[in-house]
Ligand binder design. Structure first.
Ligand code: NDP
Length: 444
């Protein structure tokens, strides 16, 4: 394995992602002795060291972590601030000076995509890209051509093995566990096809709205924010053929192959919604057609899945926050007992677990079925799991690509969503705190 990164540089250190995810992740990595000696924050804002440390402390506290002063001191002693314009070569000259003896710095682009070009040029022009690694966030581009262009831009500056594309769902333990569950349990492995499965539903629901970031969200929408990346990534893990072996190349090939067999989504089988009040939020364009909810039906055209709908939905201002997969099995062939179909449910967010609905006899003289849930709450017996961003930062510093998104899959994902991007009519309002427009319940 290549050497571990000996410096981390956070571009956009004043922003939302760094405070919500990256400071808490760095704090936890410090606790484990996994943070390099230099953590450099970069931003246009003229912060000093104290402001940087204060922001980090606030972020760790707000993430609900127990703040151990000794650990935090250790982290803050490693942190320095560098303020500058992303378009100015001087910014990168100063950065190169600060990284003079760093062998493999890791550059995390926690900045709006509009600034990627300037930063990649700066890193390239200063020679830093030659020895550095770069982490880019989803969404990768805005559509297929821009995703392609971003990839060209990144590979023009960094070695392919030094580029890490984050879809943080890949760093979540319960999601990573989907393929093991499928292929590691014979009872399910044998049933995982159209002969036994009637439908697969994937839901990513958020109880909250745009959280004061409507100006950003209005240019993105639910399809780009969640469906194109997180949900299709989950679909790939649920639907792929068994990889040839456990290598990342084999997984990559299996994922890309199944996504290439998915048909592009159709506006006719898609419902887009927008929660009431969204258009009144600051930064939202008048008459905006941006969806805060989408429900759609995906078809995978191969022997395993022909005729099995993948029903995908995501939305904001829903009744609750949850990431769930429901696998609906076909009813048994017997006509002796009227029974309901088995449902296998994966809870993939907080309080993760798996449950299977099963038919059992209702007490009494008649033999009548009723449904019970066979339920496993993983939190109650598995070790606490590490946060996705903590694992992914750790992996990127080790140059381990296993849990990062791959270009072939990303480009397939853009192809799949392309026909439903940027529709200019048809978004339906729904009351906040509901499961989206009424049509969203019946779109399939
Ligand atoms: P922010 O909008 O919070 O921006 C981050 C920082 O970038 C700001 O603090 C600001 O710092 C600087 N910045 C903002 N606009 C500009 C601009 N036009 N030109 C130059 N600098 C600018 O972004 P996020 O932290 O939310 O997101 C960062 C990246 O991560 C994005 O690519 C986003 O798509 C992705 N992402 C974010 C998630 C989140 O939860 N926030 C989740 C998943 C992905 P300053 O003015 O101090 O330079």
């Amino acid at each position: 394995m290549d050497v571990r990164s000996d410096a981390v540089v956070l571009f956009g250190v004043t922003g939302d992602l760094v405070s919500k995810k990256l400071f808490p992740a760095l704090y936890e990595l410090t606790r484990r002795g996994r943070v390099p000696s230099r953590v450099i924050g970069v931003a246009r804002s003229p912060w000093d060291h104290q402001q940087l440390v204060t922001a980090a402390r606030k972020a760790v506290t707000e993430a609900g972590l127990d703040l151990d002063e000794a650990v935090f001191e250790d982290l803050s002693a490693r942190m320095t601030m560098l303020s500058g314009d992303y378009a100015a070569p001087g910014t990168y000259e100063r950065l190169a000076g600060a990284l003079a003896d760093a062998e493999r710095p890791l550059f995390y682009l926690a900045i709006p995509p509009a600034v990627f070009d300037a930063v990649v040029s700066g890193l390239s022009g200063s020679g830093l890209a030659d020895r550095g690694r770069v982490v880019v966030e989803k969404p990768f581009g805005h559509d297929l051509p821009s995703s392609h262009a971003l990839n060209e831009r990144l590979t023009g500056a960094f070695a392919p093995e030094s580029i890490f594309r984050i879809d943080h769902y890949l760093g979540k333990e319960p999601i990573e566990g989907l393929s093991l569950f499928r292929f590691g349990n014979r009872v399910f492995e044998q049933l995982w096809n159209r002969e036994h499965i009637a439908s697969i539903q994937v839901t990513v629901a958020e109880k909250f709205g745009t959280q004061g970031r409507a100006g950003f969200y209005d240019n993105v929408g639910a399809i780009r924010d969640v469906l194109q990346n997180h949900i299709l990534q989950v679909v790939a893990l649920l639907a792929m053929e068994p990889p040839a072996d456990a290598s990342q190349e084999a997984f990559q090939a299996a994922e890309a192959e199944v996504l290439s067999q998915a048909l592009a989504l159709s506006p006719e089988t898609t419902v887009r919604g927008q929660y009431e009040g969204y258009r009144d939020e600051t930064g939202v364009k008048p008459g905006s057609q941006t969806e805060t909810f989408v429900a759609t039906r995906l078809t995978i055209d191969n022997d395993r899945w022909a005729g099995v709908p993948f029903l995908l939905r995501t939305g904001k201002s829903m009744p609750g926050t949850a990431t769930e997969v429901v696998v609906e099995f076909r009813p048994p062939d017997t006509t002796v007992y009227p029974v309901a179909a088995n449902l296998l449910r994966f809870r993939l967010g907080k309080n993760d677990g798996i449950s299977l609905s099963a038919q059992v006899k209702t007490p009494g003289t008649e033999v009548v079925a009723q449904t019970v849930e066979l339920n496993a709450d993983f939190d109650s017996f598995l070790e606490p799991r590490r946060e996705a961003y903590e694992r992914l930062l750790d992996d990127a510093m080790d140059a381990d690509h296993t849990r990062f998104a791959r270009v072939a899959a990303i480009e397939q994902e853009w192809r799949i969503v392309d026909p439903i991007l940027d529709l200019t009519t048809g978004v339906q309002e729904y009351p906040q705190g509901t499961w989206g427009p009424a049509d969203g319940e019946t779109w399939h």
